[in-house]
Structure formats: C-alpha cells, structure tokens
Design a protein around this ligand. Structure first.
Ligand SMILES: [Ca+2]
Ligand SMILES: [Ca+2]
Length: 130
C-alpha cells in the first residue's frame, strides 16, 4: 500500500497563518471614532481559533489614552485594551482572543481610539494568527 498526503509546516492547525498589516495609521487625538487598519483574509474555511493571537504594535506617547479593539468581519467588537498603561509609551503586546464564533474569511480590523488630549501616536503594525 502507499500513503500520500500533504503537510503544512508552521502551524498547529495544519494551515495556521499569520496575517500582518504594517502600514502606519495616525490616530487622531482625543477622538471617539478612531481609526482602523484592515487585514483581509480569504481562501480559508471554518472559524477562527479559540486562542487566536492578535499582536498589536502602537507607537504613542501616553498609552493610557488608547482604546484598542479588534473588529471581526461580521462587526463583532472585541476590546483588547481600554485605557490602561497610564503614562507609559506604546502598546506592544500580543493578546489571546477567543474567536471561535467568527468565520476566518473576511475583513478583520484593528481599531484604535485616542480618548484624551495632547499625546498622540499611530498604529505601527498588527497581525493576527489563525
Ligand atoms: Ca491623546
Ligand atoms: Ca509600520
């Protein structure tokens, strides 16, 4: 007998991939709407993992100004960070999010809002692994 098959290296789920957007997006100061950075995913099947890694890199001079959210393709909002960090610079952190109820395919958005005056920054990059 013979056995044939395929193997995808680099992911525990047999096809896990990391999607990244490295385009800088300036975050308007003291603004409740915020800005988004989009990652479009296609060609996948099923739902995202229950332990999806979302890596955030935001350059900012006062991280406590920031509300950071992940918006799923269907519009569901997952809050990653809500005005924590005080006067510390930047948010460089990987969050683990349960996205098992979300289809992988579609446009994922990282949304950042700066909710206090004076200090400013920008989304430097972000990625999602699923
Ligand atoms: Ca600010
Ligand atoms: Ca960048």
């Amino acid at each position: 007998m013979s056995i044939t098959g395929s193997y995808t290296a680099g992911g525990g789920g047999g096809g896990t991939q990391t999607y990244t957007n490295t385009t800088d997006v300036s975050i308007p100061d003291n603004n409740s709407t915020g800005v988004t950075s989009t990652i479009a995913v296609s060609g996948r099947t099923g739902n995202a993992p229950s332990t999806t890694a979302v890596a955030v890199n935001i350059v900012h001079t006062y991280s406590g100004d920031l509300v950071v959210e992940l918006v799923a393709p269907d519009g569901t909002v997952y809050t990653l960070s809500n005005r924590v960090g005080g006067s510390a610079d930047n948010i460089v952190k990987t969050y683990t999010v349960n996205l098992s109820s979300e289809a992988i395919n579609g446009s994922w958005k990282l949304r950042a809002k700066d909710r206090a005056a004076t200090d400013t920054g920008y989304i430097n990059s972000w990625s999602i692994t699923m």
